[in-house]
Ligand binder design. Structure first.
Ligand code: HEM
Length: 131
């Protein structure tokens, strides 16, 4: 039987084939989710931000299997600690990620959603613990 990690990897491949559309829609959804989030990104150069987001997703995916934070993940956590990002905002970030996958992955279903949530949970918990 296909396991959660394979379900995630297959969905990731379908999404990553349309990387720019994915990153653009993610930030569009995230900025639309609340005025507070929109204000946070007001002066941020989004093209660069999208590139950094893809890299940081890879740090979180790698943390899911190693459970060892790399210096890049520690640095990312510190950046967000300085920005005073709250736990509930991380939850909104994850919900936005799911919403984005739902619109772009033609094979999206409950199992795909659970596989994405499971993959990112430990990395998000790591970042939340420092918030
Ligand atoms: C695990 C979830 C998240 C990931 C993977 C992520 C990823 C990133 C990355 C890669 C950067 C650039 C860091 C750098 O400059 O070195 C960044 C910056 C930033 N993030 Fe996040 N982020 C996450 C959660 C959030 C949340 C929940 C918020 C807000 C509610 C947020 C708001 C911001 C803001 C405002 C910046 C600063 C942009 C700037 O001033 O240049 N992030 N994030």
């Amino acid at each position: 039987m296909i396991n959660s990690q394979e379900i995630f990897n297959n969905s990731w491949d379908r999404i990553d084939a349309h990387q720019d559309a994915f990153l653009t829609l993610f930030y569009q959804n995230f900025l639309d989710s609340s005025d507070e989030i929109k204000e946070l990104f007001e002066n941020v150069e989004m093209q660069n931000q999208k590139k950094m987001l893809r890299m940081s997703l890879l740090y979180l995916i790698s943390y899911a299997s190693s459970q060892l934070p790399t210096s890049s993940l520690k640095k990312l956590t510190q950046v967000h600690k300085k920005l005073n990002i709250r736990k509930d905002q991380y939850d909104l970030w994850m919900d936005t990620l799911i919403k984005t996958i739902q619109s772009l992955d033609p094979k999206f279903n409950n199992k795909v959603e659970q596989a994405w949530r499971f993959t990112f949970k430990s990395g998000l918990d790591f970042m939340k613990e420092s918030s």
